[in-house]
Write a protein that binds this ligand. Structure first.
Ligand SMILES: [Zn+2]
Length: 143
């Protein structure tokens, strides 16, 4: 781990510097107040728990994309819902902008042979941002 003060690679200690607890090296620990090692051991590791179903992102106008494709095929909402074996109200709500479960999206994509997904703003994106170092290259890789 790198020292968050000077960047040295041997940051084995933690110190409170200007109100923030930082990972620091043996040298930089002196510029702050060292946090006891016992306390560090007890501190639970920060866990990132991914919210279920958030690892995909729909295009903003997915509702109107579906409506246009449905109308192109001269299907009513009832007919489309029958084709994808979902309730009529589901199609109606989706076209009104309600985000359905991924499985329903997949069925619609397959039926119309279209893509309703945009750049993922889901877990991958968030994890990269939390770690810092998000680059345009990273965005390109995700998409
Ligand atoms: Zn240092």
């Amino acid at each position: 781990m790198n020292c968050e003060v000077c960047g040295a690679s041997n940051a084995r200690r933690r110190a409170k510097i200007e109100g923030t607890i930082l990972n620091v090296c043996d040298r930089c620990v002196r510029s702050g107040e060292e946090v006891a090692r016992v306390e560090i051991a007890r501190r639970p590791k920060p866990m990132y728990t991914a919210p279920r179903g958030m690892d995909y992102s729909l295009k903003e106008d997915f509702g109107s994309i579906i409506r246009k494709n449905r109308e192109k095929r001269n299907l009513t909402q009832e007919q489309l819902s029958a084709k994808i074996q979902e309730k009529h109200t589901i199609v109606k709500r989706i076209e009104d902008g309600w985000e359905p479960p991924l499985v329903v999206i997949k069925k619609i994509e397959k039926f119309f042979n279209i893509s309703l997904m945009g750049i993922s703003a889901g877990n991958d994106y968030k994890i990269k941002v939390e770690k810092g170092g998000m680059t345009l290259g990273d965005i390109a890789k995700i998409s």
